[in-house]
Design a protein around this ligand. Structure first.
Ligand code: CP
Length: 309
């Protein structure tokens, strides 16, 4: 059966593995031949509606559209929008559908982009919804892994930190679980373990090998990828719990002594204290390249959703 054209990107599972691989191919082509793409979106407008703070996602989306020759509008603070007057998300989306050709939105409520997509007459991209999903971060992560390792299969991936609230974690597991011979080492304190439904519905359902541990160094020598995450302060109900857990893991040079020479150290950023700055000049630290790759994969995604050849 022929698959319907992709209208929105709400969840990484909206994309088939082939579509992900094709987006990576286009992103790599953009990196090599930037000029070829500089007018592809002339006359098109991207709206960035950010109901939650962001640096990388919003600015890389805006950079992506500008580098494609399009234009951008939007808000970076819901307090400057009519949401403060009581306007519903649906009404905002229906309105902006008449002002732009595509919307990238971030919202603190899980599922808000899915709700928005029902009211929109233009493509909606989920730029992060609560502790749920962050599919374009995952595309950025996969582009980075494929550029650094030359493959997206046969990898042992350590995911460390806030596996409970970290939406980038939930999305990357959803994506990488579809590639061959992937093993996850899930490193977190007891309180921030991966939610049970991700274990049962994603890992166990797909027979993915995984180990849960609270010890960052125990499996270090086995890892191909170490993906660090920040403890998500904004999702905690209790400040005392956040303060107790925020410095649970601090990756430094010493902890990397047993790591592979070609380990790829990643972090979706922003970093707080979980990677010491003494790691930044280690050639295995790839988190700033990762942030830069976000522009190119978002360019590829905009082209796909706007059906620009
Ligand atoms: N990685 C990421 O989503 O960063 P921002 O919150 O700065 O967009």
């Amino acid at each position: 059966m022929k698959r319907e054209k992709l209208k929105n990107l709400i969840d990484i599972k909206d994309l088939s593995v082939k579509e992900i691989d094709d987006l990576i191919k286009v992103a790599n082509d953009i990196i090599t031949h930037k000029d070829k793409y500089s007018k592809k979106c002339e006359g098109k407008i991207l709206a960035t509606l950010f109901f939650e703070p962001s640096t990388r996602t919003r600015l890389s989306f805006e950079s992506a559209m500008l580098r494609l020759g399009g234009r951008v509008l939007g808000f970076s603070d819901a307090n400057c929008s009519s949401t403060t007057k009581g306007e519903t998300l649906g009404d905002t989306i229906e309105t902006v559908s008449g002002y732009a050709d595509i919307i990238a939105m971030r919202h603190p409520k899980e599922g808000a982009p899915a709700v928005a997509s029902k009211r929109a007459s233009i493509p909606i991209i989920n730029a992060g919804d609560g502790g749920h999903n962050h599919p374009t971060q995952t595309l950025t992560d996969l582009l980075t892994i494929s550029r650094e390792k030359g493959r997206l299969d046969n990898l042992t991936i350590g995911l460390c930190g806030d596996l409970k609230f970290g939406r980038t974690i939930h999305s990357i597991i959803g994506a990488m679980s579809r590639y061959k011979n992937i093993k996850f080492i899930l490193i977190s304190p007891e309180e921030l373990k991966l939610p049970d439904y991700t274990i049962t519905e994603v890992l166990e359902k797909n027979n993915i090998e995984y180990i849960e541990t609270n010890d960052l160094e125990k499996y270090m020598s086995e890892l191909d990828i170490l993906y660090m995450t920040r403890v998500q302060k904004e999702r905690f109900f209790n400040e005392a719990d956040y303060l107790r857990l925020k410095d649970y893991y601090i990756l430094n040079k010493k902890k990397l002594e047993k790591a592979k020479k070609d380990l790829c150290i990643m972090h979706p950023l922003p970093r707080v204290s979980e990677i010491s700055t003494d790691v930044d000049d280690d050639p295995r630290a790839k988190y700033f390249e990762q942030a830069h790759n976000g522009v190119y994969i978002r360019m590829a995604l905009i082209l796909k959703l706007l059906e620009v050849k």
